[in-house]
Design a protein around this ligand. Sequence first.
Ligand SMILES: Nc1ncnc2c1ncn2[C@@H]1O[C@H](COP(=O)(O)OP(=O)(O)OP(=O)(O)O)[C@@H](O)[C@H]1O
Length: 220
Amino acid sequence: MNKKGILQLQSISLYFGREPIIQGLNLTILPGEIVVLMGPSGCGKSTFLSALCGIVPDQFQFSGKVLLDQQDLTCLPLARRKIGMLFQDDLLFPHMSVKGNLAFALPQEINRRERHNQVIALLAEVGMEALAGRDPATLSGGQRARISLLRTLLAQPRVLLLDEPFSKLDQVTRSQFRQLVWSYTERYQLPTLLVTHDIADIPDHCSQVLQLPYMESTSC
Ligand SMILES: Nc1ncnc2c1ncn2[C@@H]1O[C@H](COP(=O)(O)OP(=O)(O)OP(=O)(O)O)[C@@H](O)[C@H]1O
């Protein structure tokens, strides 16, 4: 589905005004490798993930390079970075069916029949093909999370950034969904950065846990 990739963060710094959130971070994430980012609420974890996508809110300053297989992504717009993101809220389009949501992620040049085939095949893999015509609002939290993951994967990302994607799920669903996410990061060899507050989210094969400090100027 996607090419293998090595993600390199070089001399990354992120400031909120004058306050450092991250200073001079150098990090390499190999294909299929998972690095976890933790830290107190409000310390800048989500902002850091956004900044890696090129979205830096006002009042924040970002510097450094984001490289994928030696290619500098920093100067590319979000759509060309091939970064897949999952959030705690699934962000499915409410006006589209499950199938419509998934097909939307596929490249424009793929014809209608092929779109259908790819979407149904992926749904079948997770035993959800019967839900293709459903309105996302009628799905359970776990089903929505899985559809959201599949939509992210259909866009053929080469990097995965996960911003607390398990946090709103109940314990059983959460555990199953974690396994599904790690099976895909392994299969597609995606370098992955996971933000979480819960050490139970950290997979056994996680290579590194980074801890961000408390940010003084925020009211967290
Ligand atoms: N666009 C913005 N403009 C100004 N301040 C912002 C903006 N976005 C976030 N902040 C502030 O920056 C700080 C970092 O926010 P961020 O969401 O990155 O933290 P976080 O570590 O992901 O928090 P949580 O663990 O609660 O999700 C917060 O205090 C937040 O209020």
